[in-house]
Design a protein around this ligand. Structure first.
Ligand code: OGA
Ligand code: NI
Length: 339
């Protein structure tokens, strides 16, 4: 039923009713500010101790940071964006073939967030791909546009390397062994969402993605370099816009790192808003624990004194099913796993 895709419809002058949020749940864009202190970390800095300290501080206070000099070539970032956009510009018949609203499907084109569960829709289409091990999934990926597989697989490989490197630094920043998190998460899966937010007639009334936290371990987001849209919740009470910065990637912690760090690091609330003048793209890469990994607070972080485990142990499989059984804009899914 591809007819629900926004990207197959030419023009809309008013927002269809099913996308309109109730008054109390609108983005209130006029109140969003731009924070000039959004953490920016230069991964090529020679002072490794300082980089790790900065990562630790960002994870504790913001729950996200931006990285530059991350090792992924500018040209590859541009190609990834371009081929994503080409994909969404394919004729409706082409896209129809990939459409599904079944969350467990490993390769699917869909719309909004979870059309089977939600009451109000979101102004987004997305292509969701499993990406690891690549050889297993690549044959099923779209072969149109022609260069899609080649570009996206290269991007996935490089993002994975970066993600694992970041997990090492995050481990160190918590005072754990460098390979602690990577080992605790098992052979990690990697998923990708290529998000397409069409131009929207009434951006004050809806979301591209409403407030949510990511259920996985670590997310690396490539933003449209020309159109802002990502906003994160700061100090639990105000939204800040994370405006695009050339060649930077945004790294946000997911729920599993909040659990592993026993709540010390924040899986940040974030959302995507839409734009009346322009379409917007983003590419989110999610590193996920392997399904059988048992997630619990790192042994070195709980024990004496007040540091009792905040969350009970669970398998990622259990967590992920719970996450997708709900709508997005509810309480933090981790709240359901408190010990
Ligand atoms: C996501 C996400 C933000 C964006 O895909 O989980 O939060 O700016 N995307 O598209
Ligand atoms: Ni997200």
């Amino acid at each position: 039923m591809g007819s629900q895709l926004l990207s197959t419809i030419e023009h809309r002058k008013v927002l269809p009713e099913s996308y309109i949020r109730p008054e109390s749940d609108r983005p209130r864009l006029a109140e969003v500010t731009t924070d000039s202190n959004v953490p920016l970390i230069d991964l090529a800095s020679p002072d490794k101790h300082r980089v790790i300290a900065e990562i630790g501080l960002s994870c504790r206070t913001y729950g996200f940071f931006q990285v530059i000099n991350h090792g992924i070539e500018e040209e590859l970032l541009e190609k990834m964006m371009a081929v994503g956009l080409q994909f969404f510009r394919l004729p409706p018949e082409e896209k129809e073939k990939l459409y599904s609203d079944e969350p467990s499907k490993k390769i699917r084109l869909s719309t909004s967030f979870n059309v089977r569960k939600e009451t109000v829709h979101n102004w987004r289409d997305y292509l969701r791909l499993h990406c690891h091990p690549l050889e297993e999934f690549l044959p099923e990926w779209p072969s149109n546009p022609e260069s899609f597989k080649e570009i996206v697989s290269q991007y996935c490989r490089e993002v994975r390397q970066l993600g694992l490197r970041l997990l090492g630094m995050i481990s160190l920043s918590l005072g754990l062994e460098e390979d602690y998190i990577e080992k605790a998460l098992g052979e990690q899966e990697q998923h990708m969402a290529v998000n397409y937010y069409p131009q929207c007639p009434e951006p004050d009334l809806t979301y591209g993605l409403p407030k949510h936290t990511d259920p996985n371990a670590l997310t690396i987001l490539l933003q449209d370099p020309n159109v802002a849209g990502l906003q994160v919740l700061k100090d639990g009470d105000h939204w800040i816009a994370v405006n695009p910065r050339p060649n930077a990637l945004i790294v946000n912690l997911g729920d599993q790192l909040q659990a592993l760090s026993n709540g010390a690091y924040k899986s940040v609330w974030h959302r995507a808003v839409v734009n009346a003048a322009r379409e917007r793209m983003s590419v989110a890469s999610f590193l996920c624990p392997c399904n059988s990994a048992v997630i619990s607070p790192a042994a070195g972080l709980v024990g004496d004194g007040d540091d009792t485990p905040v969350y009970r142990s669970y398998t990622y499989d259990e967590y992920y099913k719970k996450f997708w059984s709900r709508n997005l804009d509810q309480e933090h899914c981790l709240e359901l796993f408190r010990s």
